[in-house]
Design a protein around this ligand. Structure first.
Ligand code: NDP
Length: 762
């Protein structure tokens, strides 16, 4: 279709409504007199919005559906065939003309309900609720009437809704509902994000696995797939839906293999439900189908509860599994053939392996032993085959000594030998129990690396309210650790365990809100006191490790990655094409900044002190690198930016680069000073900023991720970058915890690039 001239004219949807000038506002107040009823103000607003927009077919369709869903109807026109000019000539006032040309009015049911409430104080059947209306409209009407899975149509609809809500906010239509209107507008943001996903899900479900189940278990997909022979003959070229049985079997088996869990447990029969007449009849019908007769047995239900197997050896399981095992009231329902059910007696016991698909479907995979209702077990059985345990063998002692260090080996050897004794007589320490002592690094005073004390007898902390105890696998080293050690930042107490981040496994859950974390979970966390084998960490700053993330990557990514991400999102939201200067671009945080800025599409100018670092940062994406140990940074920046300077400078070096950074800044630029690797920046007089109308910021990561939502949001985004954009998480070296002084020396000696980690087990 060709565009007409008319179609190219502005429509009123091009830009957001700008704030009203004081005089416009005064005028608008005449139109939307706060003393008028809300219904008349809304009617006026809907009609004004409509008459001020040049609606095309698609925008009109959305607007009309929205307002009619909100309780409006099209009004019959009483203009007597006159247009607005003619009405003016007829002497009609502006208000009369507007009223006469109004397109929409509220339904009588709405106005009646409103006045009933006002006059008779009756509960209204209609209320003003912009947010609920937006939610309802976008989740029903809109989906039914529009091609919402077409990105263009979705964008058009969101534009109309946002534009309308914006009109309602900018004009004094109903300031008493401002919060609601903003919330309604925010729903558009959610819809814009979510509806394209919904479209994909809608197109994809039920998906291969569910279709396979449906094919195999007599659902909608059973028997719809054409056989090979039929495809080859009469159905050639036709759409062949569904799955072949063999394909379905493979898909189903793969799903079971990957998602089913098996548990070895005791069961006690509690009820037997034989098939009723309806079920029997269904089976009769099924048996009449070709090929079904020999396989289909009539089934009923067998209900069981857990049975504590008295002769079972104690097992080492995480507490949550122990708890589940102990839940004697847990019920299981299985489908069992009626001929077998006829012999089942409530109270009978069995030891069986029960498999469960992680969507809740359970079956008895095999039965190991059956026991009568009166089954009784005596200690006599355990003592029958018991022999006096011998001493721990050499290999046991050597293995434990190697793994745990001499001190703990003794306890563990005792543990190893204990399983030879009858458990009821000598209860043993399980592997799940925790040691009381651990390795860690403390400082008792500030200073150089000599104040770092590696200890092997620190007390393992207990998780308090809102905390989880984490056994650390890898600990991230950050520059801030050197600040606490040197005294630049004061430690909260002495002795003080250094460290700010780690990756590990939850070994004990504290009380209170733990954000779904439980024992056994692999986690990444930001926490104090991580230079140790165990840390009691706040669950609010811990998240489960994303599936597929390699060991070490989380510990290497979290703190510096989040710092870089929040800096470019919040300290200065960087846009594509922005010129940005990053100091120490080959450092831990520097390499993150470079890679994220590259992903955003910025022009990156980086600095580093050696050729090796220059090359590394350039490889990571900093196209323009300057070796600031001998090159003139300012003149190079000005040359690159054609004298404009950089719109943002990210400076973690501090004291030695601060002035240079201000010099390299563009007019209205952001000077983001986020660290002190070379020492703290001395006090600055704010008058210095006026030369460029510059913004000066001194942000810290922790203020950008103070709430759980903020934390999760940025962790998700960061992990997406790591996994999807395949960012290079460069690990400089993983140091033994006992070698922490060397790590600090290397970091402060500018010998490192990328991330430094500690292995707390060494
Ligand atoms: P880096 O791996 O970046 O190491 C610091 C780098 O700074 C060195 O490799 C060195 O690179 C450069 N540097 C320049 N001058 C000196 C100097 N006099 N002494 C030592 N190093 C110098 O460390 P991080 O990534 O851990 O931290 C970088 C900065 O970011 C730090 O200032 C840190 O405090 C800050 N930070 C701030 C956070 C916040 O929330 N605000 C959070 C995380 C980090 P080169 O020699 O190549 O120039």
């Amino acid at each position: 279709m060709a565009l007409s001239k008319n179609m190219l004219k502005p429509t009123g949807f091009e830009s957001e409504e700008t704030p009203l000038t004081p005089s416009e506002y005064e005028k608008a107040l005449e139109k939307y007199n706060p003393e008028d009823s809300i219904i008349s103000r809304l009617e006026t607003a809907v009609n004004s919005f409509n008459s001020n927009r040049k609606m095309h077919q698609d925008t009109r369709a959305v607007f009309e559906k929205l307002v009619s869903f909100g309780g409006f109807r099209m009004k019959s026109q009483f203009q007597g065939g006159l247009n607005k000019k003619q009405m003016k000539r007829e002497g009609m006032s502006k208000e009369e003309i507007e009223l006469a040309s109004a397109h929409y009015c509220l339904l009588e049911e709405v106005t009646d309900s409103y006045w009933k409430e006002v006059d008779d104080k009756q509960k209204p059947s209609w209320v003003v609720d912009f947010e609920a209306l937006a939610k309802a409209f976008l989740s029903s009407q809109f989906l039914h009437h529009f091609h919402w899975y077409d990105p263009k149509q979705l964008a058009t609809a969101m534009m109309v809704l946002r534009n309308f809500y914006n009109y309602l906010v900018v004009h004094p239509v109903c300031p008493e509902y401002k919060e609601q209107i903003l919330a309604a507008s925010a729903i558009c943001d959610v819809a814009e994000q979510e509806l394209p996903k919904l479209a994909v899900v809608g197109r994809s479900l039920p998906g291969a696995f569910n279709s396979a189940c449906s094919t195999l278990f007599g659902g909608a997909y059973a028997d719809v797939h054409l056989s090979k022979a039929a495809q080859d003959s009469w159905a050639q070229g036709a759409d062949n839906v569904g799955l072949d049985r063999d394909e379905a079997i493979i898909i189903f088996k793969a799903g079971v293999a990957a998602h089913s869990t098996a548990e070895h447990l005791g069961l006690e029969i509690t009820a037997v439900e034989l098939p009723d007449a309806d079920v029997k009849e269904t089976y009769e019908i099924l048996r009449k189908r070709e090929g079904f007769h020999e396989y289909v047995h009539t089934m009923g239900k067998l209900t069981c509860k857990r049975w504590k197997i008295p002769f079972e050896h104690p097992v080492d399981l995480p507490a949550h599994l122990m708890k589940a095992k102990a839940d004697i009231n847990q019920r299981f329902e299985f489908l069992v053939e009626a001929e077998t059910l006829a012999y089942c007696v409530p109270g009978m016991k069995m030891v069986a392996v029960v498999k469960e698909l992680d969507v809740g479907i359970k079956w008895i995979d095999c039965v190991e032993s059956m026991h009568p209702t009166f089954h009784t077990w005596l200690l006599n059985e355990q003592i029958r085959d018991w022999k006096e345990p011998g001493p721990a063998t050499d290999w046991m002692q050597r293995a434990m000594a190697k793994k745990m260090g001499e001190a703990e080996a003794e306890i563990e050897v005792a543990t190893l030998t204990a399983h030879l004794t009858p458990r009821t007589l000598h209860p043993r320490r399980t592997m799940a129990s925790l040691p009381s002592k651990m390795k860690g690094v403390i400082i008792e005073k500030t200073g150089g690396t000599e104040v770092l004390q590696y200890k092997t007898d620190l007390s393992v902390p207990s998780p308090g309210e809102g905390q989880v105890l984490v056994k650390n696998d890898y600990v991230g080293i950050n520059y801030i650790d050197t600040y606490f050690r040197s005294g630049l930042y004061p430690a909260p107490q002495y002795p003080y365990i250094l460290g700010r981040e780690a990756e590990g496994t939850v070994v004990k859950a504290g009380s209170g809100e733990l954000y779904g974390l439980k024992e056994g979970d692999k986690v990444l966390m930001l926490s104090e006191g991580t230079y140790a084998e165990y840390t009691a960490a706040n669950a609010a700053k811990a998240v489960k490790v994303k599936e597929g993330l390699e060991a070490k990557v989380g510990a290497a990514a979290l703190l510096q990655g989040l710092t870089a991400l929040t800096l470019i999102r919040e300290a200065h939201p960087v846009k594509k094409g922005d010129w940005v200067l990053v100091h120490a671009a080959a450092g831990g945080t520097g390499l993150w900044l470079v890679q994220l800025l590259k992903a955003v599409g910025a022009n990156i100018v980086g600095t580093a002190s050696t050729q090796e670092k220059v090359d590394l940062a350039r490889k990571a994406g900093a196209e323009h690198m300057i070796n600031y140990s001998h090159e003139d940074v300012k003149s190079k920046v000005m040359e690159l930016t054609k004298d404009a300077g950089c719109i943002a400078v990210f400076d973690g070096v501090g004291k030695t680069t601060f002035d240079l950074s201000l010099d390299c800044l563009a007019r209205k630029g952001s000077m983001v000073s986020f660290g002190n690797a070379s020492g703290a920046v001395p006090p600055v007089t704010i008058a210095r900023l006026s030369a460029k109308n510059a913004r000066l910021m001194r942000p810290t990561l922790f203020n950008y991720i103070a709430t759980r939502e903020e934390f999760e949001h940025y962790v998700d985004e960061l992990m997406d970058f790591v996994t999807k954009d395949k960012l290079d998480v460069r690990i400089h070296e993983t140091y033994a915890l006992s070698d922490v002084a060397r790590a600090h020396n290397d970091l402060e000696g500018r010998k490192t690039t990328g991330k430094l980690l500690l292995d707390p087990s060494k």
